[in-house]
Design a binder for this molecule. Structure first.
Ligand SMILES: [Zn+2]
Length: 436
């Protein structure tokens, strides 16, 4: 009997997976850098030194080298991060030009941790993540701006000001920070504007498109990549400032820090630019770095991971169980090599003249290194072996296993009816961002 009780106490204290010793709940920082493709970080093998701060964070923790986004643009991808669900289950996004938000009936990362005594703080920089879209649910403090491009420094200041004003508060905190600077236009502030191009932002900072959606400046690709990389280096420097200040406040050492992105960015890799329009890896391969007490350090984990794993991983670390509906897994539990990771939610945009259905009907699944993409509207199918063809330039016909997985995913009914979002200014902002 005594052994049983002792065992139960150990289980209660340590939970499952990878959580810190003792029963004190750690502060948790979830940092989402919008539009950041994984292959432009030094720690993901990029040949430019864009991210010394994140490279250092990866050395102190675990880098998941194959994290897959659930959607190729902001709204549905964040909904998956918030809930641990696939797009088919939460259905946030745009379909037939109607915008759907995140249902408030779902548990999300804030509601789950708030119920466990956490103070929940959100700092976001795009209208798509405001309360109209359902993302503020469960947050004690939620700061947002409609189009927060270029606000990395201000956002870091806001976070630090909150901690300075609440110094000594013993409750654990969940801090979700969304930074929008890497998103187009690519116009980093000095000196990052000239880090990779002497032209700086005096040159072009975005793609130029004609009224009939023809790309007018494809020759600017290299310059725009230089500017994009400058934005990444700028945001990395601001995270260095954040982490340094948190260390001075004795917060960083005992906190769990997760850095990821919602989706990547296309630079004509498959003839498209921006994001939201395809399910190729330049949009779906996102960084995921986790560091904190108890997290293995200096580890690169090549097992397939997904952004809908973030919620169950954080919850397990905090010793909280999640609903059976959650589709992601705790990344520090034994890996599931055979898992199927789905993505969908593409939409037409300013670079596309085809019908909505041609985009909204695309789904992909990843199984180990095999990836299938199927368009349920026009029947286009592609399969790639990412171990041999990471750039996805040599498509093969779909095999029956991946096709079956795609059909199963496509047939998945939503768990809740997503709310339609309408509001003054929202459509204008979505159009400004290139989403409608
Ligand atoms: Zn985004």
């Amino acid at each position: 009997m005594r052994k049983t009780i002792a065992l139960m106490i150990i289980i209660i204290l340590t939970g499952t997976g990878c959580n810190p010793a003792g029963s004190e709940k750690p502060d948790i920082f979830l940092i989402i850098i919008d539009t950041l493709r994984a292959d432009h970080l030094g720690c993901y093998g990029y040949d430019r030194n864009t991210t010394p701060v994140l490279d250092s964070l990866a050395e102190s923790g675990t880098l998941f080298s194959r994290c897959q986004a659930q959607a190729p643009w902001t709204l549905p991808a964040h909904a998956s991060i918030w809930t641990g669900l696939s797009v088919a289950s939460h259905m946030a996004g745009i379909r037939d030009m109607i915008t759907y938000g995140l249902s408030s009936d779902f548990d999300n990362i804030a509601t789950i941790l708030k119920s466990e005594g956490y103070i929940t703080l959100g700092f976001v920089n795009v209208v798509l993540l405001n309360n109209s879209f359902g993302f503020a649910n469960g947050f004690d403090h939620y700061s947002w701006v409609a189009h927060g491009h270029g606000r990395a420094a201000e956002t870091v200041d806001e976070v630090l000001e909150w901690f300075m004003a609440n110094r000594g508060n013993p409750d654990p905190k969940l801090v979700v920070i969304h930074l929008f600077d890497v998103h187009a236009p690519y116009d980093p502030p000095p000196p990052f504007d000239k880090r990779y191009s002497l032209e700086g932002t005096g040159g072009i900072t975005d793609w130029e498109v004609s009224d009939d959606t023809e790309l007018l400046n494809p020759e600017a690709r290299e310059h725009l990549i230089n500017m994009y990389d400058g934005e990444i280096a700028w945001v990395d420097s601001q995270l260095g400032r954040l982490f340094g200040q948190l260390r001075e406040l004795d917060i960083a050492e005992n906190a769990l820090i997760i850095v990821t992105s919602d989706h990547g960015e296309e630079f004509l890799d498959h003839g498209l630019w921006g994001h939201a329009h395809s399910l190729y890896q330049e949009l779906l391969h996102v960084p995921l770095i986790i560091s904190g007490p108890g997290i293995p350090s200096g580890v690169t984990d090549p097992a397939p991971a997904a952004q809908y794993d973030i919620l169950p991983t954080i919850s397990a670390y905090a010793g909280v169980s999640v609903s059976d509906q959650v589709e992601g897994i705790d990344l520090f539990s034994p890996s599931q090599e055979s898992r199927i990771i789905p993505s969908s939610g593409a939409i037409p945009g300013h670079c596309c003249t085809e019908s909505c259905e041609n985009f909204e009907s695309i789904c992909s699944v990843l199984n180990q290194y095999r990836k299938g993409i199927y368009n349920f509207h026009n029947g286009d199918e592609q399969m790639f072996d990412l171990s041999l063809d990471p750039g996805e330039h040599h498509p093969q016909p779909l095999d029956s296993v991946l096709l079956e997985s795609l059909e199963y995913y496509r047939a998945t009914p939503p768990l809740e009816i997503p709310p339609v979002v309408r509001g003054r200014g929202i459509d204008d902002t979505l159009e400004d961002l290139g989403y409608i």
